[in-house]
Design a protein around this ligand. Structure first.
Ligand SMILES: Nc1nc2c(ncn2[C@@H]2O[C@H](COP(=O)(O)OP(=O)(O)OP(=O)(O)O)[C@@H](O)[C@H]2O)c(=O)[nH]1
Ligand SMILES: [Mg+2]
Length: 294
Protein backbone atom coordinates (compact mmCIF):
# COMPACT_ATOMS: atom_id res chain seq x y z
CA UNK A 1 0.00 0.00 0.00
CA UNK A 2 1.13 3.52 -0.75
CA UNK A 3 2.22 5.54 2.28
CA UNK A 4 -0.12 8.29 3.48
CA UNK A 5 1.18 11.82 3.98
CA UNK A 6 -0.46 14.53 6.08
CA UNK A 7 0.40 17.75 7.82
CA UNK A 8 -0.13 21.41 8.53
CA UNK A 9 0.98 24.02 6.02
CA UNK A 10 0.68 27.53 7.34
CA UNK A 11 0.61 30.67 5.24
CA UNK A 12 1.96 33.83 6.87
CA UNK A 13 3.11 37.24 5.67
CA UNK A 14 2.37 40.95 5.64
CA UNK A 15 -1.21 42.18 5.06
CA UNK A 16 -2.56 42.14 1.52
CA UNK A 17 0.22 40.05 -0.08
CA UNK A 18 -2.26 37.42 -1.36
CA UNK A 19 -2.35 34.74 1.36
CA UNK A 20 -6.08 34.15 1.09
CA UNK A 21 -5.95 34.14 -2.70
CA UNK A 22 -3.38 31.34 -2.53
CA UNK A 23 -5.29 29.31 0.01
CA UNK A 24 -8.43 29.48 -2.16
CA UNK A 25 -6.38 28.49 -5.22
CA UNK A 26 -5.08 25.40 -3.40
CA UNK A 27 -8.49 24.38 -2.11
CA UNK A 28 -10.44 25.29 -5.25
CA UNK A 29 -13.18 26.98 -3.20
CA UNK A 30 -13.71 30.49 -1.92
CA UNK A 31 -13.09 29.71 1.74
CA UNK A 32 -11.33 32.97 2.58
CA UNK A 33 -12.59 36.39 1.65
CA UNK A 34 -10.33 38.55 -0.50
CA UNK A 35 -10.26 42.32 -0.89
CA UNK A 36 -7.72 44.95 -1.87
CA UNK A 37 -7.71 46.27 1.71
CA UNK A 38 -5.24 45.26 4.40
CA UNK A 39 -6.46 43.17 7.34
CA UNK A 40 -9.17 41.44 5.38
CA UNK A 41 -8.52 38.16 7.18
CA UNK A 42 -9.05 38.26 10.94
CA UNK A 43 -9.06 34.55 11.84
CA UNK A 44 -7.02 31.45 11.26
CA UNK A 45 -8.98 29.51 8.66
CA UNK A 46 -8.22 25.93 7.68
CA UNK A 47 -8.54 24.77 4.10
CA UNK A 48 -8.14 21.02 3.72
CA UNK A 49 -7.04 19.40 0.45
CA UNK A 50 -7.65 15.65 0.39
CA UNK A 51 -6.25 12.99 -1.92
CA UNK A 52 -6.17 9.20 -1.75
CA UNK A 53 -2.73 9.21 -0.15
CA UNK A 54 -2.47 12.72 1.31
CA UNK A 55 -4.18 15.37 3.41
CA UNK A 56 -2.76 18.87 3.25
CA UNK A 57 -4.18 21.13 5.97
CA UNK A 58 -3.57 24.73 4.96
CA UNK A 59 -3.98 27.65 7.36
CA UNK A 60 -4.75 31.11 6.12
CA UNK A 61 -3.84 33.70 8.74
CA UNK A 62 -4.22 37.46 9.26
CA UNK A 63 -1.46 39.66 7.86
CA UNK A 64 1.27 40.44 10.37
CA UNK A 65 0.95 43.87 12.01
CA UNK A 66 1.92 45.58 15.24
CA UNK A 67 -1.31 45.42 17.27
CA UNK A 68 -2.92 48.74 18.19
CA UNK A 69 -6.05 47.38 19.89
CA UNK A 70 -7.29 44.15 21.47
CA UNK A 71 -8.79 42.69 18.27
CA UNK A 72 -5.43 42.98 16.51
CA UNK A 73 -3.67 41.32 19.45
CA UNK A 74 -6.01 38.35 19.03
CA UNK A 75 -5.35 38.34 15.29
CA UNK A 76 -1.61 38.08 15.98
CA UNK A 77 -2.25 35.21 18.41
CA UNK A 78 -3.72 33.30 15.46
CA UNK A 79 -0.50 33.92 13.54
CA UNK A 80 1.60 32.70 16.49
CA UNK A 81 -0.47 29.54 16.78
CA UNK A 82 0.16 28.89 13.09
CA UNK A 83 3.89 28.87 13.81
CA UNK A 84 3.51 26.32 16.53
CA UNK A 85 1.97 23.43 14.63
CA UNK A 86 3.40 23.90 11.14
CA UNK A 87 5.06 21.07 9.23
CA UNK A 88 5.82 23.46 6.38
CA UNK A 89 5.78 27.24 6.55
CA UNK A 90 4.76 29.27 3.53
CA UNK A 91 6.12 32.76 3.99
CA UNK A 92 4.48 34.97 1.38
CA UNK A 93 5.88 38.27 0.17
CA UNK A 94 4.84 40.34 -2.80
CA UNK A 95 6.93 41.88 -5.53
CA UNK A 96 8.46 45.11 -4.32
CA UNK A 97 8.28 44.25 -0.64
CA UNK A 98 11.52 44.36 1.33
CA UNK A 99 10.83 43.02 4.82
CA UNK A 100 8.29 41.70 7.26
CA UNK A 101 6.68 44.50 9.27
CA UNK A 102 7.39 42.78 12.56
CA UNK A 103 11.03 41.90 13.28
CA UNK A 104 10.28 39.35 15.98
CA UNK A 105 8.22 37.31 13.51
CA UNK A 106 10.96 37.59 10.93
CA UNK A 107 13.53 36.26 13.44
CA UNK A 108 11.21 33.30 14.06
CA UNK A 109 11.17 32.53 10.36
CA UNK A 110 14.92 32.95 10.10
CA UNK A 111 15.52 30.50 12.93
CA UNK A 112 12.77 28.09 11.93
CA UNK A 113 13.60 24.38 12.19
CA UNK A 114 10.82 23.47 9.81
CA UNK A 115 11.08 23.93 6.04
CA UNK A 116 10.24 27.43 4.81
CA UNK A 117 9.05 28.09 1.28
CA UNK A 118 9.29 31.76 0.47
CA UNK A 119 6.56 32.53 -2.05
CA UNK A 120 7.23 35.65 -4.04
CA UNK A 121 3.71 36.55 -5.17
CA UNK A 122 2.14 38.84 -7.78
CA UNK A 123 4.88 38.20 -10.33
CA UNK A 124 2.26 38.89 -13.02
CA UNK A 125 2.81 42.56 -12.18
CA UNK A 126 6.57 42.51 -12.61
CA UNK A 127 9.34 42.55 -15.20
CA UNK A 128 11.84 39.69 -15.34
CA UNK A 129 14.66 41.96 -14.21
CA UNK A 130 12.84 43.10 -11.08
CA UNK A 131 11.90 39.51 -10.31
CA UNK A 132 15.51 38.38 -10.44
CA UNK A 133 16.64 41.24 -8.23
CA UNK A 134 13.89 40.39 -5.71
CA UNK A 135 14.78 36.70 -5.66
CA UNK A 136 18.38 37.58 -4.85
CA UNK A 137 17.28 40.00 -2.16
CA UNK A 138 15.22 37.33 -0.37
CA UNK A 139 17.77 34.58 -0.81
CA UNK A 140 20.27 36.90 0.89
CA UNK A 141 17.89 37.54 3.81
CA UNK A 142 16.76 33.92 4.20
CA UNK A 143 19.47 31.61 2.88
CA UNK A 144 17.73 28.49 4.21
CA UNK A 145 14.40 29.18 2.49
CA UNK A 146 13.40 27.81 -0.89
CA UNK A 147 12.16 30.60 -3.12
CA UNK A 148 9.22 30.09 -5.47
CA UNK A 149 7.94 32.93 -7.65
CA UNK A 150 4.17 32.62 -8.08
CA UNK A 151 1.00 34.38 -9.11
CA UNK A 152 -1.80 33.22 -6.82
CA UNK A 153 -4.27 35.26 -8.85
CA UNK A 154 -3.33 33.74 -12.20
CA UNK A 155 -2.57 30.31 -10.79
CA UNK A 156 1.02 30.45 -11.98
CA UNK A 157 3.40 27.96 -10.30
CA UNK A 158 0.74 27.13 -7.69
CA UNK A 159 0.53 23.47 -8.68
CA UNK A 160 4.32 23.14 -8.55
CA UNK A 161 4.40 24.57 -5.02
CA UNK A 162 1.71 22.09 -4.00
CA UNK A 163 3.78 19.19 -5.37
CA UNK A 164 6.77 20.45 -3.39
CA UNK A 165 4.66 20.63 -0.22
CA UNK A 166 3.66 16.99 -0.71
CA UNK A 167 7.31 16.00 -0.92
CA UNK A 168 8.07 17.81 2.34
CA UNK A 169 5.13 16.46 4.37
CA UNK A 170 5.73 13.65 6.85
CA UNK A 171 4.08 10.26 6.68
CA UNK A 172 1.02 10.43 8.88
CA UNK A 173 -2.62 9.34 8.93
CA UNK A 174 -5.26 11.99 8.13
CA UNK A 175 -6.08 14.43 10.93
CA UNK A 176 -9.59 15.20 9.67
CA UNK A 177 -12.30 13.15 7.93
CA UNK A 178 -11.47 12.89 4.23
CA UNK A 179 -14.63 14.74 3.13
CA UNK A 180 -13.99 17.75 5.37
CA UNK A 181 -12.99 21.00 3.67
CA UNK A 182 -12.54 23.41 6.59
CA UNK A 183 -12.75 23.73 10.36
CA UNK A 184 -15.26 26.57 10.28
CA UNK A 185 -19.07 26.26 10.53
CA UNK A 186 -21.49 27.53 7.89
CA UNK A 187 -22.33 30.69 9.86
CA UNK A 188 -18.68 31.73 9.74
CA UNK A 189 -18.82 31.91 5.93
CA UNK A 190 -21.99 33.99 6.10
CA UNK A 191 -20.29 36.44 8.47
CA UNK A 192 -17.20 36.61 6.30
CA UNK A 193 -19.10 37.12 3.05
CA UNK A 194 -21.00 40.02 4.59
CA UNK A 195 -17.76 41.47 5.94
CA UNK A 196 -16.18 41.20 2.49
CA UNK A 197 -18.95 43.36 1.01
CA UNK A 198 -18.54 45.87 3.83
CA UNK A 199 -14.79 46.04 3.17
CA UNK A 200 -15.57 46.65 -0.49
CA UNK A 201 -18.31 49.25 -0.21
CA UNK A 202 -17.39 51.39 2.79
CA UNK A 203 -14.44 53.69 3.31
CA UNK A 204 -11.77 54.43 5.86
CA UNK A 205 -12.41 53.18 9.38
CA UNK A 206 -15.90 51.71 8.81
CA UNK A 207 -14.91 48.14 7.79
CA UNK A 208 -12.49 47.92 10.71
CA UNK A 209 -15.20 48.89 13.17
CA UNK A 210 -17.53 46.16 11.91
CA UNK A 211 -18.13 42.65 13.16
CA UNK A 212 -20.86 40.36 11.89
CA UNK A 213 -22.82 37.82 13.86
CA UNK A 214 -25.26 35.39 12.27
CA UNK A 215 -28.09 34.69 14.68
CA UNK A 216 -30.09 32.37 12.50
CA UNK A 217 -29.14 29.89 9.80
CA UNK A 218 -32.04 27.64 8.89
CA UNK A 219 -31.61 25.25 6.02
CA UNK A 220 -34.80 23.98 4.41
CA UNK A 221 -34.99 21.67 1.44
CA UNK A 222 -34.76 24.42 -1.16
CA UNK A 223 -33.80 27.59 0.72
CA UNK A 224 -31.47 28.79 3.46
CA UNK A 225 -32.88 31.50 5.72
CA UNK A 226 -30.30 33.71 7.34
CA UNK A 227 -30.55 36.49 9.90
CA UNK A 228 -27.36 38.43 10.61
CA UNK A 229 -26.43 41.42 12.72
CA UNK A 230 -23.85 43.94 11.59
CA UNK A 231 -22.19 45.41 14.64
CA UNK A 232 -20.54 48.82 14.65
CA UNK A 233 -18.86 50.80 17.40
CA UNK A 234 -20.80 54.09 17.21
CA UNK A 235 -24.19 55.55 16.25
CA UNK A 236 -22.73 57.58 13.38
CA UNK A 237 -21.32 54.39 11.86
CA UNK A 238 -24.74 52.76 12.06
CA UNK A 239 -26.18 55.53 9.89
CA UNK A 240 -23.42 55.15 7.33
CA UNK A 241 -23.87 51.39 7.11
CA UNK A 242 -27.62 51.76 6.51
CA UNK A 243 -27.28 54.63 4.02
CA UNK A 244 -29.97 56.80 2.43
CA UNK A 245 -33.33 55.01 2.80
CA UNK A 246 -31.44 51.80 3.53
CA UNK A 247 -29.83 51.66 0.10
CA UNK A 248 -26.27 50.94 1.26
CA UNK A 249 -27.33 48.10 3.54
CA UNK A 250 -29.51 46.66 0.81
CA UNK A 251 -26.55 46.47 -1.54
CA UNK A 252 -24.55 44.54 1.04
CA UNK A 253 -27.38 42.03 1.40
CA UNK A 254 -27.93 41.60 -2.33
CA UNK A 255 -24.25 41.09 -3.17
CA UNK A 256 -23.64 38.75 -0.21
CA UNK A 257 -26.68 36.70 -1.17
CA UNK A 258 -25.32 36.14 -4.70
CA UNK A 259 -22.03 34.82 -3.32
CA UNK A 260 -23.67 32.65 -0.68
CA UNK A 261 -26.05 31.09 -3.20
CA UNK A 262 -22.97 29.98 -5.14
CA UNK A 263 -21.15 28.81 -2.03
CA UNK A 264 -24.03 26.75 -0.61
CA UNK A 265 -25.47 25.89 -4.03
CA UNK A 266 -28.95 26.79 -2.81
CA UNK A 267 -31.34 29.70 -2.75
CA UNK A 268 -30.58 32.09 0.11
CA UNK A 269 -32.67 34.68 1.94
CA UNK A 270 -30.88 37.20 4.16
CA UNK A 271 -32.28 39.57 6.75
CA UNK A 272 -29.84 42.18 8.05
CA UNK A 273 -29.85 44.29 11.20
CA UNK A 274 -27.39 46.93 12.36
CA UNK A 275 -26.55 47.33 16.04
CA UNK A 276 -24.17 49.48 18.02
CA UNK A 277 -21.85 47.49 20.25
CA UNK A 278 -19.68 50.17 21.87
CA UNK A 279 -15.94 49.57 21.51
CA UNK A 280 -16.31 45.83 20.87
CA UNK A 281 -12.79 45.82 19.33
CA UNK A 282 -11.24 46.56 22.71
CA UNK A 283 -13.58 44.49 24.85
CA UNK A 284 -12.15 41.09 25.76
CA UNK A 285 -15.46 39.41 26.54
CA UNK A 286 -17.07 40.65 23.32
CA UNK A 287 -14.05 39.44 21.34
CA UNK A 288 -14.36 36.00 22.94
CA UNK A 289 -17.98 35.89 21.96
CA UNK A 290 -17.03 36.57 18.32
CA UNK A 291 -14.48 33.75 18.34
CA UNK A 292 -11.32 35.79 18.68
CA UNK A 293 -9.39 34.70 21.72
CA UNK A 294 -9.34 31.63 23.88
N1 LIG B 1 -1.77 41.08 -9.44
C1 LIG B 1 -1.96 40.18 -8.48
N2 LIG B 1 -2.79 40.46 -7.46
C2 LIG B 1 -2.96 39.53 -6.50
C3 LIG B 1 -2.29 38.27 -6.55
N3 LIG B 1 -2.66 37.56 -5.45
C4 LIG B 1 -3.52 38.36 -4.75
N4 LIG B 1 -3.71 39.54 -5.38
C5 LIG B 1 -4.58 40.66 -4.96
O1 LIG B 1 -4.06 41.21 -3.75
C6 LIG B 1 -5.12 41.68 -2.90
C7 LIG B 1 -5.01 41.03 -1.54
O2 LIG B 1 -5.27 39.65 -1.65
P1 LIG B 1 -5.64 38.74 -0.38
O3 LIG B 1 -5.59 37.30 -0.81
O4 LIG B 1 -6.88 39.25 0.26
O5 LIG B 1 -4.38 39.07 0.56
P2 LIG B 1 -4.11 38.61 2.07
O6 LIG B 1 -2.64 38.42 2.18
O7 LIG B 1 -4.97 37.46 2.43
O8 LIG B 1 -4.55 39.93 2.86
P3 LIG B 1 -4.96 40.09 4.45
O9 LIG B 1 -5.99 39.05 4.76
O10 LIG B 1 -5.52 41.47 4.51
O11 LIG B 1 -3.69 39.95 5.21
C8 LIG B 1 -6.41 41.36 -3.65
O12 LIG B 1 -6.82 42.51 -4.34
C9 LIG B 1 -5.99 40.25 -4.61
O13 LIG B 1 -6.79 40.18 -5.76
C10 LIG B 1 -1.43 38.00 -7.66
O14 LIG B 1 -0.82 36.93 -7.80
N5 LIG B 1 -1.30 39.00 -8.59
MG1 LIG C 1 -6.42 37.27 3.85
Amino acid sequence: MKKHKAGFVNIIGNPNVGKSTLMNAFVGEKLSIITSKAQTTRHRILGIVNGDDFQVILSDTPGIIKPAYELQTSMMDFVKSAFEDADVLLYMVEIGEKALKDEAFFKKIENSEIPVLLLLNKIDTSEQEVLEEQMQHWQGLLPKAEIHPISALENFNVKEVFERILELLPEAPPYYPKDQLTDKPERFFVNETLREKILMYYKKEIPYAVEVETEEFIEDEDIIRIRSVIMVERDTQKGIIIGHKGSALKRVGVEARKDLEKFFDKQVHIELYVKVNKNWRSNTSQLKRFGYNG
